[in-house]
Design a protein around this ligand. Structure first.
Ligand SMILES: C[S@@+](CC[C@H](N)C(=O)[O-])C[C@H]1O[C@@H](n2cnc3c(N)ncnc32)[C@H](O)[C@@H]1O
Length: 222
């Protein structure tokens, strides 16, 4: 990249920042409307009005604020273990002024007990590959303790199938994740499904999403 291009990019990034503590990430902006359409179908057909939807690894908070403002018949609980992310989630909630979002809670799937005793559905978007495998295992074991029978887990992200990446871009992404942290990496669909089954969840939907991602839906069969 030439110096003027580099400076241009830096200026663009600086200008894109919000004046409050909201973090602005490109990925949620790109995928939020595609995810919302899947959630609309999945949640409306599975849970009742007034149900509580817990998001794990809410990150910036941009996703949950978008979903909550579009699906006002549910209550939404954001969570994240990182302080900076919790501040951003609070700022996003203040910004959208939607009444059906609760304040964010600290939740790391690996730390038992979870600070929430009951939810009707759980969302986890782009988390399990950017965290050790234990985070995925504890996501399902923790979820099995707080979801009712038929309760939903929605996962979104890149997955390999039978150990094979579904696109070159996912293979490159996998290598870059592993170079940042050897415990991270694109997860295999069969491994995730096995963890789900070990915790009495059945995979009920696999939906192909843009940019070689998948939406996976699991229901509790306890
Ligand atoms: C790549 S970000 C994705 C954030 C958001 N879901 C999105 O799609 O924009 C991954 C998030 O997962 C959170 N996270 C990582 N490991 C976690 C764990 N074990 N339990 C809960 N959250 C975790 C991180 O703090 C981070 O906010």
């Amino acid at each position: 990249m030439t110096l003027p291009n580099l400076l241009g990019s830096i200026i663009k990034i600086a200008m894109a920042n919000y004046p409050d503590e909201r973090l602005q990430w490109p990925a949620p902006e790109r995928n939020k409307s595609f995810i919302l359409e899947v959630l609309r179908d999945v949640l409306l057909e599975t849970i009742l009005d007034g149900s509580l939807v817990l998001e794990i690894g809410s990150g910036s908070g941009a996703h949950i604020c978008h979903f909550a403002s579009q699906l006002q018949n549910f209550r939404w609980q954001p969570s994240d273990p990182e302080d900076r992310h919790q501040k951003s989630i609070k700022a996003w909630i203040k910004h959208v002024k939607t009444k059906n979002i609760l304040p964010p809670i600290y939740l790391d799937t690996r730390e038992e007990p979870w600070p929430i005793k009951k939810a009707d559905a759980i969302l986890c978007i782009n988390m399990i590959h950017i965290s050790p495998w234990k985070s995925c295992q504890s996501l399902f074991s923790g979820a099995s303790r707080i979801l009712p029978r038929d309760g939903v887990i929605y996962l979104y992200g890149p997955f390999s199938v039978d150990g094979i990446h579904t696109a070159d871009s996912n293979a490159i992404f996998d290598r870059s994740l592993k170079s940042r942290n050897s415990e991270w990496g694109v997860r295999d669909l069969n491994g995730v499904r096995q963890v789900a089954e070990n915790n009495s969840f059945r995979m009920t939907k696999k939906i192909y999403m843009p940019a070689n991602n998948l939406s996976l839906v699991f229901n509790s069969v306890r």
